[in-house]
Design a protein around this ligand. Structure first.
Ligand SMILES: *Cc1c(COP(=O)(O)O)cnc(C)c1O
Length: 402
């Protein structure tokens, strides 16, 4: 159903009522504890299978300590945008560390990934003659970046490299930008990155890869999907990832060639007109990167848990979209059905928020199950048992819509 936004108070009430009727009203949960494999919610401890804290670092005491010490030195607020006086040695050191880890010439730190994607597009797209090509299932921040730009926008079907090639070949002058998630945020599958790199190079298009969900999780040193596929800066000129997921902090970076990064500093309005990341967070992120690089057991344990889950789900006949990442979606279809399963799971002590349109396409509401190195094998078994009970109670014949 189309939900319209409009002016009067009565209109606003109607929008809210319509959302409720469609099973699309969102209720925020308020945790009473730190982010972790187990969290406290409404006075109860529940097992958390929906955070992006893939390596279990969000509450690591060593990172907490770095953050505290940095706050003693730098204070709390950064005080200004990076171009005025908000940038400190904390930011500069983090940028050098990211460039080294990702094998890129230079990196630029942002206070959020959403902002970083807006910045990339606003700096690299000059005007109406430019064209942005992107996967239909890209993260909302890239879709929004294209909407905000003056450029023409082409959305190709998910992972359809042939459709992209045809679209690229049809277009004439102007800059061409190809944007893609590396690991798709709601599906956990990986984009055909080598093919995307080749197709982009052939048509002089600039490929931008958002590795929010691969950074820290994939690659031998945790540098992400591009490390695991051995794709260099010459293959993927612009790499973006965040510190808010596997790194357990907040903020994001863009990495690439000297000129590309300098262009962002000079021209990206979301960089120029937003207060710099808190310096203590930059220090915490820096500590986190050193940990995720060296503590390879976290990635190994995580992939063991995912394997155990996939095997168990197959045996139990659960309709799992098995994916090669920490994101394992269970697509249930109707929005209200996804909510009912999520509520049943919560009663059983398991937290998995239902993901509904417009975050995912219609009729593909799902439980976006995510794993963390903070989980144990027993946690995975508890999850499987609960899923079997809750899904079988809720799935067959239950009427639903979205
Ligand atoms: C989370 C996410 C972002 C946004 O990052 P924030 O730091 O949370 O603003 C961008 N892209 C993808 C693919 C994401 O999953």
């Amino acid at each position: 159903m189309q939900i319209e936004q409009s002016g009067t108070s009565a209109d606003r009430v109607k929008v809210l009522v319509d959302l409720k009727k469609a099973g699309l009203f969102r209720q925020r949960k308020t945790l009473e504890s730190a982010q972790s494999a187990r969290v406290s919610l409404n006075g109860k401890t529940v097992l958390n299978f929906c955070s992006n804290d893939y390596l279990g670092l969000a509450n690591d005491p060593r990172i907490v300590k770095s953050f505290q010490q940095a706050a003693e030195k730098y204070g709390v607020g950064s005080g200004a945008s990076s171009l005025v006086c908000g940038r400190s040695t904390a930011h500069a050191e983090l940028e050098e560390q990211v460039a080294a880890l990702t094998g890129r010439d230079r990196a630029l730190v942002f206070s959020s990934g959403y902002l970083a994607n807006l910045a990339i597009v606003s700096a690299l797209v000059a005007g109406r003659h430019d064209i942005i090509f992107q996967d239909k299932l890209n993260h909302a921040s890239m879709l929004d970046a294209a909407i905000l730009s003056q450029a023409k926008s082409v959305r190709y079907p998910h992972g359809d490299i042939e459709a992209l090639k045809r679209a690229l070949a049809r277009t004439g002058f102007g800059n061409k930008l190809v944007l893609t998630d590396a690991v798709f945020s709601m599906d956990g599958d990986i984009a055909p990155l080598a093919e995307l790199a080749a197709a982009s190079a052939e048509q002089q298009a600039c490929l931008v890869v958002d590795d929010a969900h691969g950074f820290g999780v994939l690659g031998d040193t945790g540098a992400g999907v591009l490390e695991s596929l051995e794709l260099k800066q010459s293959d993927v000129p612009v790499l973006m990832a965040t510190f808010g997921k596997a790194a357990g902090c907040a903020g994001a970076f863009v990495a690439g060639a000297e000129d590309t990064i300098e262009l962002l500093v000079q021209k990206a309005r979301p960089y120029m007109y937003s207060t710099a990341l808190a310096p203590a967070l930059a220090v915490a992120a820096s500590r986190s990167l050193r940990l995720l690089e060296t503590e390879t057991w976290r990635r190994e344990h995580l992939s063991g848990l995912v394997e155990r889950f996939q095997k168990g789900a197959r045996q139990a006949g659960l309709p799992l979209q098995a994916a090669p990442s920490a994101i394992q979606p269970l697509i249930v279809g109707a929005a209200d059905r996804a909510v009912a399963i999520s509520e049943a799971l919560l009663s059983a002590g398991i937290l998995i928020t239902a993901i509904r349109p417009p975050t995912v396409p219609k009729h593909s509401s799902r439980l976006r199950i995510t794993f963390s190195a903070g989980h144990t094998e027993q946690d995975v078994d508890l999850l499987l048992d609960a899923l079997v009970v809750c899904c079988h109670e809720q799935l067959p014949g239950a009427a639903g819509h979205d």
